[in-house]
Design a protein around this ligand. Structure first.
Ligand code: UDP
Ligand code: MG
Length: 325
C-alpha cells in the first residue's frame, strides 16, 4: 500500500470513527450473499454504531428480498429501495443522504472494491485526511478496451475539465462527514460523483490497490451506459465542447475567405468551382449542425436542472429515517 498526498498534509489525529458503508445495488443477487458475509466481517472490526446502507437501485431480480432478510437478521444492515432504476450516481447520493457515520465509504457490490481495504482508508482518515481515494494500480477481469477507454477518458478530462477527477479512481473512497455534507448539498442531476468530490477540495489522499475481477454476475455498465456517464462527466465539468463551435467556425472562415478571393479573381471557373462550392456548403452545414447539436445537449441539461425533479424516489426504508435536508 502506498499513501500519496495530493494536498497539504494533515496535522491532527482523529478518534475511531463510526463508519457508514454505502453500496449501490442493481441486479446483484448472485454476489449479494458473498458481499453480505464480507461486510459483516468488516463491520465487526469497526466502531459501535457503524452501518452498511444497501441501496437497491430498482433491481428486477431477487436483490431486495436478500437485503430485507439481511436487515432483519442484523440491524447494522440498512436498506433503501428505489421506485425504479435511477442509476449508479443517484444510488450513491441516496446512500450518502441517509448515512449517519463520521466516515463514509462508497463501494461497489460486486467485491471489485475489496472490503478488506477499508481499514487502511480509515487509518488515513484517522491521520486527518478528509477524502481517501482507492486507486486502481492494476485491474483484473476487465477488457483491454475498457482499460484503454478509461485511461483515455482521464487524459481528456485532465485537459478539459475545470477540476479533473483523480486518474484511475472510481467511486471507491472514504469521505469525512463534512465532505459528505457538502457533496449532498450539490443536487445537480447529471452527476459524476468523483468529479464533484474533486471539485470540493479538502485534504485528499490516495491508496493504491489491485482491483480484482467481479466476484459473480456480470457488469451493469455496458458500453453505451459507460459512454453516457462519461459524457455527463465531461459536460458537467467543461464547456469546451461548446467552444468547439468557435474553433470550427474560425477554421471554416480560414478556408472560405481565401477560396472566395480566388473565385473573385476568376481563378476557379467551370465545373471544378461548382464542386468546390458544394463541398464548402456541405462542410459548413455539417459543422453548423454539429454545433447546434452540442448547444442542444447543453440546453437540454439546463432544462433537466430547471425542472428540479428529485434525484431518486424511495419506495421503502429499512432501519433508516428520511434525511433532514
Ligand atoms: N449499479 C447501480 N445502478 C445501475 C448500474 C450499476 O447501482 O444502474 C451498481 C452495481 O450494482 C455495482 C456498481 O453500480 O454495485 C458498479 O457496477 P458494475 O460493477 O456493473 O460496473 P463495472 O465495475 O463493470 O464498471
Ligand atoms: Mg464492477
Amino acid at each position: 500500500m502506498t499513501a500519496v498526498a495530493i494536498a497539504p498534509g494533515p496535522e491532527d489525529g482523529r478518534d475511531e470513527p463510526r463508519v457508514s458503508l454505502v453500496v449501490p445495488i442493481y441486479n446483484e443477487q448472485e454476489v449479494l450473499p458473498l458481499l453480505l458475509e464480507r461486510l459483516r466481517g468488516l463491520l465487526d472490526g469497526c466502531a459501535a454504531g457503524s452501518e452498511a446502507i444497501l441501496v437497491n437501485d430498482g433491481s428486477g431480480d431477487g436483490s431486495w428480498p436478500l437485503i430485507v432478510a439481511a436487515a432483519r437478521a442484523d440491524p447494522r444492515f440498512r436498506g433503501l429501495d428505489f421506485s425504479r432504476n435511477f442509476g449508479h450516481p443517484a444510488a450513491i447520493t441516496a446512500g450518502l443522504d441517509h448515512a449517519s457515520g463520521d466516515a463514509i465509504v462508497v463501494m461497489d457490490a460486486d467485491l471489485q472494491d475489496p472490503p478488506e481495504l477499508v481499514p487502511k482508508l480509515v487509518a488515513l482518515y484517522r491521520e486527518g485526511w478528509d477524502v481517501v481515494h482507492a486507486r486502481r494500480s492494476a485491474r483484473q477481469g476487465e477488457t483491454a478496451f475498457k482499460k484503454l477507454t478509461a485511461t483515455a477518458y482521464y487524459k481528456v478530462m485532465a485537459v478539459l475539465a475545470d477540476r479533473p477527477p483523480t486518474p484511475e479512481v472510481g467511486e471507491f473512497r472514504l469521505m469525512a462527514r463534512p465532505v459528505v455534507e457538502a457533496l449532498c448539498g450539490m443536487r445537480e442531476r447529471h452527476r459524476l460523483v468523483r468529479g464533484l468530490v474533486s471539485w470540493l477540495g479538502f485534504r485528499q489522499a490516495t491508496v493504491d490497490f489491485e482491483r480484482p475481477g467481479r466476484a459473480a454476475g456480470s457488469t451493469k455498465f455496458p458500453f453505451w451506459r459507460m459512454f453516457r456517464l462519461s459524457w455527463d462527466g465531461l459536460t458537467a465539468f467543461s464547456v469546451a465542447p461548446l467552444r468547439l463551435a468557435l474553433v470550427l467556425g474560425l477554421l471554416a472562415l480560414a478556408v472560405a475567405i481565401p477560396a472566395a478571393g480566388l473565385l473573385l479573381l476568376g481563378l476557379g471557373a467551370g465545373a471544378g468551382a461548382a464542386t468546390a462550392l458544394l463541398c464548402g456548403q456541405l462542410l459548413l452545414a455539417g459543422t453548423t449542425l454539429v454545433c447546434l447539436g452540442l448547444l442542444g445537449d447543453y440546453v437540454g441539461r439546463i432544462y433537466d436542472e430547471v425542472r428540479g425533479r428529485p434525484l431518486y424516489v424511495v419506495r421503502q426504508r429499512l432501519g433508516l429515517e428520511p434525511p433532514r435536508r
